[in-house]
Ligand binder design. Structure first.
Ligand code: GLA
Length: 350
């Protein structure tokens, strides 16, 4: 990063920050209903380097693009909002961030549903805090990053991605309780091998559909007279009159139960049990939550046919990745079969 920064900005780096991408093993579209999720950090990561400047500027090696932005001004409606928003959050918390030049290098693919945005937000916050010698807990960094995305970027995401990127530890799944924002790390047994595979179709124009899902979930909770669907049971959900609300709520409530069972399976080392829960989660995201696309479904079915214990779309859906649980010694043969049936798919991390 130092050499690249020197080349682009003609002076040395003053501070750096880093954060990994994440894959969610199970528990999707539950975070904004105060539910449970089970993410694990990826080894792919985003690095941010910065130094004081006359005005805010950012260069992304991925986009090969230099942009000037103003965190106190309005959002630009492009990728720089994921840099400006977090800085604005720090300024709003009375942490005085001077204008800086920022360099971004990332190995996390964009639009794949593996939290390239959250990793960028968290890495920017860490670099800024380091520059001015300020401190925040990892949990507070996650919350500031989420607020940046909600308030500045206009995406009504939950806390899953930012917590996974800021708090998660390599090689450990993080059982996240989105009611208390507390996480419990659970070691992944060595016979559990997770493959993260992109279906070949990027998540596109999905923000509107995502926000609509969130609204339906919140309406359902209001209809049921509970604060969030965390407090609803399947029996209560069955009483909902509106069929769309009933479907959406059924996914959230059943998914929360699956996460808790999955933790149990993980702790017992029961790959078959964990895999079944992944499969059921995918079906629920297809039938009740309706966030899948044909390419994800095909990839999931091929994964199962090729011998995975389980597979499911991961993240928001509408394109991007599946995560599959396979036996480590069968991973290569598994991938050969899956690729033959899904030639546009590619391994994000295996
Ligand atoms: C996106 C959001 C998260 C979460 C997932 C679905 O990644 O950013 O907050 O809602 O979708 O589980």
């Amino acid at each position: 990063m130092n050499d690249a920064f020197q080349r682009i900005f003609a002076r040395p780096v003053e501070a750096v920050g880093q954060a990994p991408g994440r894959v969610n093993l199970i528990g999707d579209h539950t975070d904004y209903a105060e539910g449970f999720c089970l993410p694990i950090p990826l080894t792919l990561k985003t690095d941010v380097a910065l130094a004081r400047a006359e005005r805010f500027g950012v260069f992304s090696l991925a986009n090969d693009e230099m942009c000037v932005f103003d965190p106190l001004g309005a959002a630009r409606g492009d990728w720089t909002d994921y840099v400006a928003g977090p800085i604005r959050q720090l300024i709003d918390r009375s942490i005085d961030i001077p204008p800086v030049d920022i360099l971004i290098r990332s190995s996390i693919p964009q639009g794949a549903g593996v939290s390239s945005s959250a990793a960028l937000e968290v890495a920017v916050i860490r670099a800024c805090l380091s520059l001015v010698g300020a401190d925040m807990t990892d949990g507070d960094i996650a919350r500031a990053a989420q607020m940046a995305e909600n308030n500045y970027c206009g995406v009504q995401c939950g806390i899953l991605d930012q917590m996974a990127c800021a708090v998660g530890r390599p090689g450990e799944a993080l059982l996240l309780d989105c009611r208390t924002n507390e996480g419990r790390s659970v070691a992944v047994p060595s016979h559990f091998h997770f493959m993260v595979v992109h279906c070949g179709q990027d998540r596109k124009l999905a923000d509107g559909a995502y926000n609509a899902r969130r609204r339906a979930v919140e309406h359902a909770a209001r209809q049921l007279g509970v604060l969030t669907l965390r407090d609803a049971s399947i029996e209560m959900v069955d009483q909902l009159n509106d069929s769309e609300q009933r479907q959406r709520a059924r996914h959230v409530v059943s998914e929360n139960a699956r996460v808790l069972k999955a933790i149990d399976a993980l702790e017992r080392g029961d790959a078959d049990g964990f895999g079944h829960l992944m499969y059921d989660s995918h079906r629920s995201l297809v039938d009740d939550f309706e966030v899948s696309v044909a390419a994800l479904d095909r990839l999931m079915e091929s994964s199962m046919a090729a011998g995975a214990y389980g597979a499911r779309l991961t993240g928001a859906g509408f394109g991007g990745c599946i995560v599959a649980l396979v036996a480590p010694d069968r991973a290569a043969a598994w991938w050969a079969k899956v690729l033959a049936e899904n030639p546009k798919s590619w391994i994000v991390q295996g």
